[in-house]
Design a binder for this molecule. Structure first.
Ligand code: TYD
Length: 215
């Protein structure tokens, strides 16, 4: 029996290259779901745990780690995140929205040269998501948004040649629950599409949204 077979909540992951708009669409979706009375947990990877903080501190010094060490850190962080946040929230029937999940490891560490099938196998401890919202923008647009909107220099993960490979890997994943969304469209239209997909999932799973209002 898989560890997540008793879960009652919903797990929705936002994925995409840097600059694809995951974080802002996640926030907008969380607000929408809460208005409807759903219990929502907003979370992200790298997490705020000890390994996640270490990863963030190395964002601009990626060369300090071998790619094997880097993959190991992302896996350790995911173990923390699943144990401390995702599984408890799913067990209590909440809707978990995570900004990145193991598809990012498959795409980014895959782009760095690690074997993608092995990465998926190494993540088999992590509950499968009910829905992955893959926000797609061309890599050059992602880099442009990082520079112009965030007024930041792209970090080591955000170089265009890397993001081209990451984008191709994301596009190649065959899972039926991955929904691809054109994130170059108007922000409002993108959010509308996301809400439609999530509302349909809630409907199918019988999530009516009174849970948090009643408690
Ligand atoms: P990002 O979502 O950009 O973090 P923030 O916007 O909060 O700074 O993610 C950080 C980077 O980590 C991103 O460039 C992709 C990379 N990453 C991996 O390489 N592998 C992984 O498994 C995850 C979760 C992230």
């Amino acid at each position: 029996m898989k560890a997540d077979s008793m879960r009652q909540g919903l797990l929705i992951a936002f994925e995409g290259i840097d600059g694809s708009g995951k974080s802002s669409h996640l926030r907008l979706l969380a607000a929408f779901l809460r208005e409807q009375g759903h219990c929502v947990v907003e979370t992200r990877e790298p997490s705020n745990g000890v390994h996640g903080r270490r990863i963030r501190s190395l964002f601009s010094q990626r060369k300090l780690l071998s790619r094997e060490e880097e993959l190991e850190l992302f896996l350790l962080d995911r173990q923390d995140h699943v144990r401390e946040c995702i599984n408890p929230a799913l067990a209590t029937g909440q809707i978990v929205l995570t900004d990145r999940y193991y598809f990012s490891t498959a795409a980014y560490q895959g782009a760095a040269g690690m074997d993608v099938a092995t990465i998926f196998a190494q993540n088999s401890f992590a509950p499968e998501p009910d829905l992955v919202l893959l926000l797609q923008v061309p890599p050059e647009e992602g880099v442009r948004r990082i520079r112009e909107q965030r007024r930041e220099r792209p970090n080591d993960f955000e170089q265009e040649d890397q993001l081209i490979k990451v984008d191709r890997l994301f596009a190649s994943f065959p899972h039926a629950y991955i929904k691809r969304i054109d994130s170059t469209a108007e922000r409002q239209d993108v959010q509308e599409k996301i809400r439609e997909l999530v509302s349909e999932l809630c409907h199918i799973r019988g999530f009516k949204g009174e849970t948090c209002r009643q408690s």
